[in-house]
Ligand binder design. Structure first.
Ligand code: IPE
Ligand code: IPE
Ligand code: MG
Length: 243
């Protein structure tokens, strides 16, 4: 059910969110950075449920990049702990059938992630596979360049096996071997925290995405902010190179 405030507008089908600003949010309060990640995880839960409520088809949450391993081990460990507790809770909600139709999908490199986290994600993917309200992509150990590289390697293997000729490779072949295969490209990409960059987020899929930047730090991001981003998006004129 699309709420009244969005009636008749051009809703984005797929929204990507770069959940940035947790560290600064914590520092401003004299807290450890891990406290910022904890607060950010709560906002992720709320925004994810809200997206499903207002009828978004797909949301991608950038939670940990392939470059974030450069952070101090203590901070990385705190973030992994938050993933574990989210996954445990999601699995329980799944069992009790409380996950209102959310279908989860990992986009990111499994290699390099702790084995128990990979296992929990795989279980959640399997158990939520038949859910239809909204698809939730969890971008964990995700990098856009890494994803393209992954796709290119797949295609190279097909060429080597004689199944594909190099001259016949299309853009669709590259898309079909990304982690987001079969999904619509993000219509709207939201980045809070006052940074104006993609930081390796969906660099292939973002070719014609609309961007919404804001100074709000992710732990302060509210459902009203998401509404604002959607309404701004709906007022834009997407031309895709045409007139
Ligand atoms: C985003 O918040 C969370 C991750 C990248 C894991 P940051 O931790 O990057 O917060 P800032 O940018 O330092 O404020
Ligand atoms: C992007 O934020 C990654 C995530 C939000 C998961 P970063 O904080 O890592 O990005 P940079 O380093 O400021 O570009
Ligand atoms: Mg950051």
């Amino acid at each position: 059910m699309v709420p009244e405030k969005f009636e008749g507008i051009n809703m984005p089908r797929h929204i990507g969110i770069i959940m940035d600003g947790n560290g600064r949010w914590a520092s401003k309060r004299g807290l450890e950075r891990s406290e910022g990640h904890k607060a950010g995880a709560e906002v992720f839960r709320r925004i994810c449920d809200y997206g499903a409520e207002i009828g978004i088809e797909c949301m991608t949450f950038y939670a940990f990049s392939t470059e974030n391993w450069r952070r101090p081990p203590k901070e990385v460990a705190a973030i992994m702990k938050l993933f574990r507790s989210f996954l445990k809770e999601a699995e329980e909600r799944e069992k009790e059938n409380e996950r209102k139709g959310l279908r989860f999908h990992l986009i990111g490199e499994k290699r390099g992630l702790p084995a128990d986290i990979v296992k929990s994600i795989e279980t959640l993917e399997e158990e939520s596979a038949d859910k239809k309200i909204m698809r939730v992509n969890l971008a964990i150990n995700y990098g856009g360049r890494d994803e393209i590289l992954h796709s290119v390697k797949e295609l190279a293997a097909r060429v080597k096996r004689g199944e594909l000729s190099p001259g016949d490779i299309t853009e669709d072949d590259i898309s079909a071997n990304l982690f987001t295969a079969g999904q619509p490209d993000p219509d709207l990409i939201i980045r809070p925290s006052g940074e104006y960059r993609l930081s390796n987020f969906m660099i292939w899929q973002a070719a014609y995405s609309e961007f919404w930047f804001s100074d709000i730090l992710w732990p302060d991001f509210t459902t009203d902010d998401l509404d604002r981003a959607i309404l701004d998006y709906a007022a834009r004129n997407r031309r895709f190179g045409a007139v």
